[in-house]
Design a protein around this ligand. Structure first.
Ligand code: ADP
Length: 161
């Protein structure tokens, strides 16, 4: 059984993330979405909110599980018998940082493999931070996030304003 982890902040989950999750679920027996529980990143959605949204929008995929990690990803990978780290690649800027990260992770744990899935073209420009920025300035984001996330964004910004 091959188990993959797809790590990230998911603040919030976008259609780009969902595309990577759905495609990974076809390749691996089990995909664990590892939500980074890291307060220093100052997310707009709490850890629980991010996990809840991910759980709902992936409910239709049988072999996906939502989990969390803190600290080093390789420690999480080793202690949970995970075979592969999955990352999405959008642009050259992603490549540079992911290249560095993959090599560092392999140095820290020689058994760890990282696999990259190229973004689908229609999501290649999407990031959680850009979606939040567009929304904050009143732009339309319904094409970029699942409906549930759109509704949570509306609620969140009503709270904040
Ligand atoms: P973001 O970069 O959107 O703030 P995360 O830190 O949560 O998101 O990213 C988690 C993973 O998802 C990373 O591997 C990132 O490269 C990937 N990813 C994010 N958005 C996309 C997208 N639109 N297409 C493909 N991969 C993506």
């Amino acid at each position: 059984m091959t188990v993959a982890v797809y790590p990230g902040s998911f603040d919030p989950v976008t259609n780009g993330h969902l595309d990577i999750i759905e495609r990974s679920a076809k390749l691996f027996d089990k995909v664990i979405v590892g939500v980074l529980n890291n307060s220093s990143k100052n997310p707009i959605f709490s850890f629980d909110e991010r996990v809840e949204m991910l759980t709902e929008v992936t409910a239709h995929i049988g072999n996906v599980e939502i989990s969390s990690f803190e600290g080093l990803l390789v420690d999480y990978v080793e202690s949970n018998n995970i075979d592969v780290i999955v990352k999405g690649l959008r642009a050259i800027s992603d490549f540079e940082i992911e290249f560095q990260m993959a090599l560092m992770n392999r140095k820290l744990s020689s058994e760890v493999e990282t696999m990259f899935l190229m973004t689908s073209q229609e999501y290649s420009y999407l990031s959680s931070s850009l979606v939040k920025e567009v929304f904050r300035h009143g732009g339309e984001i319904c094409e970029f996030v699942p409906n549930l996330v759109l509704n949570r964004m509306k609620e969140k910004y009503m709270e904040v304003l």
